[in-house]
Design a protein around this ligand. Structure first.
Ligand code: HEC
Ligand code: HEC
Length: 290
């Protein structure tokens, strides 16, 4: 856990170094005596052999359905997920081995969902991500991002089939398009409800009363401690009991036993099942629900 944190902190450092210095200065012709090694770009971008076209095609399809809507069509982020091309973790990946743990476990508290994918699928996605040019400017960046590209009519159908069992646009989600007028915010709300500022952006408005995540800790003595989950990491779990008392309990591997009950789990489990088109259609539909 803390290892991952270090990795992503490293990625942020790299990203900000690159943002300040997007084109490393070309060594001036006046310094020819400089030993060649010193002229190597500070970010040694991995040069990669061309990928198998079949793997690339599979990777593109998977990425398009599952990753595109957060990490952007060119993997440069901006749609809720970070830029993957500048991620140290992605830069040091060869064929999915460092990407796989992130995809398979997710980082749910940071807004990165987990996907039940095989290593072969992730290796294909990795091949696709690695096929982008890391440096330079991508022409696709010039196209203004619009997320209202969907079809509201098919969105209404999708809503009936995928959301209707739990929600209604005349009930709990009444006037959703009027209550949240920014389409991007609205989309993030239904994709990852309850993830406050989890997309790295400002705290999102909350539409409905999202019940809190609770936790049950079974101590070695058999005593069960229950409450609203405060935070959890590899070392400690913090919860608030119904009597208002906050308790922090040390963790060591699987002791004590910790069970997390996220009322949004069924909703979150839907995430990997949407296609890009369904997401766009749903957003186009929901903005019309005034
Ligand atoms: C709902 C939005 C969302 C979706 C969908 C999504 N991601 Fe992410 N992803 C995120 C966020 C947010 C983070 C940053 C998490 C953090 O801060 O640690 C992230 C982080 C990552 C990282 C780690 C980057 C780093 O430097 O630490 C990788 C790799 C990644 N995502 C790959 C993928 C892949 C591959 C897919 C598709 C299978 C995918 N993501 C789908 C939101 C998303
Ligand atoms: C299995 C039940 C279930 C399904 C299916 C489901 N949701 Fe939810 N959704 C919930 C629960 C539970 C909440 C938490 C708030 C509540 O209790 O109303 C929620 C919350 C939301 C919120 C509010 C988020 C916020 O920040 O306030 C939106 C918007 C939403 N869902 C949209 C959708 C859409 C769109 C679909 C279909 C693509 C969908 N949901 C499918 C159970 C479900």
């Amino acid at each position: 856990m803390s290892f991952k944190k270090k990795l992503s902190a490293g990625a942020i450092l790299v990203a900000s170094a690159m943002a300040q210095n997007p084109t490393p200065p070309v060594p001036a012709a006046a310094t020819p005596a400089e030993p060649p090694a010193r002229r190597v770009r500070p970010q040694a971008y991995p040069t990669r052999p061309p990928a198998d076209p079949a793997a690339l095609a599979r990777g593109r399809a998977l990425y398009g359905v599952h990753c595109n809507f957060c990490h952007g069509s060119d993997a440069r982020g901006g749609e809720g997920g970070p830029n993957l091309l500048r991620s140290q973790l992605v830069l040091s990946d060869r064929s999915g081995e460092t990407i796989a743990p992130v995809v398979q476990n997710g980082r749910p508290d940071q807004g990165m969902p987990k996907f039940p994918m095989t290593l072969a699928q992730i290796s294909d996605i990795a091949a696709y991500i690695h096929s982008f040019k890391v440096g330079g400017y991508d022409i696709s960046r010039m196209v203004p991002l619009s997320i209202l590209v969907g079809d509201a009519k098919s969105g209404a159908e999708t809503f009936r089939s995928k959301c209707g069992s739990c929600h209604s646009v005349t009930g709990d989600l009444k006037g959703i398009g009027a209550r949240i007028t920014d389409a991007k915010t609205l989309q993030n709300n239904f994709l990852m409800p309850g993830v406050g500022g989890g997309f790295g952006g400002p705290q999102r408005p909350v539409l409905t009363h999202v019940p809190p995540t609770t936790v049950t800790v079974t101590l070695p003595s058999g005593e069960k401690v229950e409450g609203v989950l405060g935070r959890i990491d590899d070392f400690v779990v913090t919860l608030r009991q119904t009597d208002g008392v906050t308790r922090s309990i040390r963790r060591d591997g699987d002791t004590p036993k910790v069970e997390i009950h996220d009322p949004l789990q069924p909703h979150k489990d839907l995430l990997p099942t949407y296609t890009d088109k369904e997401i766009h259609d749903l957003t186009a539909y929901l903005v019309t629900v005034k």
